[in-house]
Design a protein around this ligand. Sequence first.
Ligand code: R5P
Length: 300
Amino acid sequence: MGFIYYALPGAEELAENLARRADAKVGRLEVRHFPDGEIYVRAHTLCAGHRAVLVADLARPDHTVLALIFAADLLHDLGAEDIGLVAPYLAYMRQDKRFREGEAVTSASFAKLVSTALDWMVTVDPHLHRRKSLSEIYSIPASALHAAPVIGEWMAHNVPDALLVGPDGESEQWVKAVAEVADMPFIVLRKVRHGDRDVEVSVPQADQWHDRTPVLVDDIISTARTMIETVFHLKNAGMKPPICIGVHAIFAGDGYEALKNRGVRIVTCNAVPHPTNAIDLTGLIASGIQTLLSTKQGVL
Ligand code: R5P
């Protein structure tokens, strides 16, 4: 009863690397669209009696989620023993509350959908803000891995003179963890978001840090407005040109170009494939899968 790793479009490289590390087979999954836009899914590698792992890049979830659900249903139908999801970026985690009357709490709805179709899940730094753990919304065994130790090691080797900067209170958890691993100082700023693309970040007390390279660390870079606003203040405070590190390179709209134009170095983890990927999470994810599978209850 071996494992077969299947990639949803965009996750081919990660699926191959994870399969190689697990000494498992890579299955071929065909996903394409009919002329009317409906999705066609076919498994060219059959999986009866095997354990299947679907590897997905959910950075643009509305393009991928239906294919994922169809693929999971197909693999069950073809006789897979169980089906896991490896989604380094877990989509739909930010709408975790009904902020205004009548709004959908999509983090819970999405969790229900995924929990119905799959048997287990591994992800990296999901945006847990108002929720403490994935088990509050996911009813399948789900493991949330942390990129901080890997980022910390990268920092220690590549920017030994860093001052870590968290742009807001939510980022403190990542910045603090990275700072501990890399043994570096950190500061956390305050942020007020006025709109999707309108953020205000507090001015840092930078006087004592002029000899340090500021390194901004956040879980998600989406519109990049949080990073851009923070970079603006750091430059105004006379600090060295900053480096921006994100776990998840979402880069919505013109986010990437707009941040790049600020003259900063951008470094991201390969949780979402992007030209800025420089920190490799494959080892972290591979051992996370192994740990979850050796401990989870109730599923093969
Ligand atoms: C906020 O809750 C997150 O940790 C990130 O700070 C946020 O998602 C970044 O968004 P943007 O790049 O759109 O400013």
